[in-house]
Design a protein. Structure first.
Length: 141
């Protein structure tokens, strides 16, 4: 399987899953938060009641083309969503959506997430296409 066919992340836009580019992507960081109540007892022992464990994913892209399909200009290396596509998805989805995570062993995990943080900066301005740095955080619902 080629790298072009092996993207890690896909987002569901309401009709189908869309490939999120790996072009210039940093590692996809995953962290876990426990939703819990913990209390120290009179004898000094700790009691903890865990309601749920929720995960958070964050990543960023460096020098990501702002758009794809512009003849004569650089596009994303794998044909996935470019900067404007990711930004438009963020603007259109204030609520939850499904995200597919493809693992190295070929398994696919579907997780319901919300975008909790999004930022972009324009690194280079070109006549037909810009290069952006993007950062995004997704939290499990």
């Amino acid at each position: 399987m080629a790298w072009i066919d092996n993207a890690i992340m896909f987002w569901h836009d309401g009709t189908q899953y869309r490939k999120i580019t790996d072009h210039g992507r940093s590692p996809l960081d995953e962290s876990t938060e426990r939703i819990e109540k913990k209390q120290r007892m009179a004898d000094g022992t700790l009691r903890r009641y865990t309601v749920a464990k929720k995960r958070t994913w964050s990543c960023s892209w460096d020098n990501l083309p702002s758009k794809t399909g512009v003849v004569g200009y650089m596009n994303t290396a794998d044909g996935g969503y470019a900067g404007q596509d990711i930004e438009a998805f963020h603007d259109a989805h204030d609520d939850e959506f499904n995200m597919q995570l493809r693992k190295g062993d070929g398994t696919i995990e579907v997780v319901t997430v919300m975008i909790t943080d999004f930022s972009k900066s324009v690194v280079k301005r070109g006549p037909g296409i810009d290069l952006w740095n993007l950062s995004i955080t997704l939290e499990e619902v």
